[in-house]
Design a protein around this ligand. Sequence first.
Ligand code: DHB
Length: 521
Amino acid sequence: MKSKTLSCVLGAMAVVTAAASTPVSGNDVALKFNPANSTTRELVMPDGKTVQYRAYEHIYYVTNVEDSVYQYLNFYVPESVLASGAEVPILLRTYVGGYMAARAAEPSPTDASGRALAEGYAVCIPGSRGSNSTVESAGQKVFTGRAPNGLLDLKAAVRYLHLNDEAMPGSAERIITDGTSAGGAMSALLGATGNSPLYEPYLKAMGAAEARDDVFAAVCYCPITDLEHADMAYEWLYACTNSGVRKLSDEQKAVSEELASAYPAYLNSLQLKRPDDGSLLTADNYLDYLKSFIIQSAQRAKNEGCDLPANIGIVMNSKQRPGEGPQQADRPRGPRDDRPRPPKDNGRQTPPPPGPQGAPAFQQETGEFVLDVDLPVYLNYVATTQALKTPPAFDGQGVLTDKATPENSLFGDSHGTTANFTAYSLNKATGETELDKSLQERVYLMNPMNFITDDACRKAQHWYIRHGARDRDTSFPVPVNLATKLMNAGYDVNFALPWNRPHSGDYNLDDLFTWIKTIID
Ligand code: DHB
């Protein structure tokens, strides 16, 4: 629902918006929002408060529906917003997990969808096809959701919101996507690929609206992304566990070493820069950068009252001598002077309290500051909390096992085949050296890293990216690179590796919704 004021503010985009917001083509007429199809419901939040809301459900967002179980969206808005006509943000929550199909769901009081309603925002929950969705056609089972179809469905849902922005509650200029894991990857793709012409032929064939598909912000919990480089990254990072807790066989170790040795060239090719001082990140200094996020995470946990376990590689300050700063007194002494430095503010959220009048500075208690992390010790600890994946972690099929991973299924075809999607694993599995062109294109379309500096698309301006500090489903460089590439390109990125978090999403909703308030004000 677009107010006059917002239309004026958006005047600069009038050419695109005007074409996009009034259904014109026959297809777009068929995709017109019908406000009469609604019911009133109530959501009881964990704190006992209730939210009255209007539900608009089962709205097909394409005209050539292939899979009627998944290709529709549900839309919800608080009654108070409906009454006021306020131009509130729309949280678009995807429940994609494991790259499988996800149904359009109802808002849940325990995740960001219910919280968004309670905060007075609209909520869109689109279903989408995925690696396991099938239909019967001419007596054959057809797999409907192999890459990039799940993403195309979500983009078509975004287009529906843009097309119908005038008629629908909330503002399609304020779509905030949210997902976890494969859903976090989908959220990142929605954030990075807005209006990209590369998806256009597919979307046209599906009967998606002729409208924009860019979004305002992307919330990505533990995105399982950059799939074609994730195997290398995993082995490069976790090599230090191979003879420790990981217990690989000799064959697995050999694969691990080959993959790890290929990662530095990729990492260097990204030409990432440290956001704090602009220095070039290379495979030689990258781990210091990664450590700064773990140090920050541990420091924040410490400040919030957590006891950090001993022996997991977190190096704390010891007792200060008057007049000595923590860095001089506590820095572990060793032969190298290029040892990693803690972040400039030592990871603190708030400065330490000043000492009493006249007292020397830095009279801090033992164990107040996180100074460093011994990465091999920490990574071995992570691997004790949940067994690491075996190499190759993502494109595993046909290498040392016949088992297909969720990603092998994602890149299979409509007949239900599964497929290798990296030249390395393809070569090990079949002896071939190159993926066929159409598969190369599908892999490309599923990687948000390819679009961040692509001027042909309109990226989300705001990003909230989280990956648990003991999440081993993909390795830390994957989300760190995504966040860093976005920061380097000038986007607003709120990134952290929350302490002691395993693979999970929609946590610390107070933090998320405080952030959302800052970006919409
Ligand atoms: C998910 C987890 C994985 O480890 C993976 O490889 C792909 C997807 C998930 O939880 O969505």
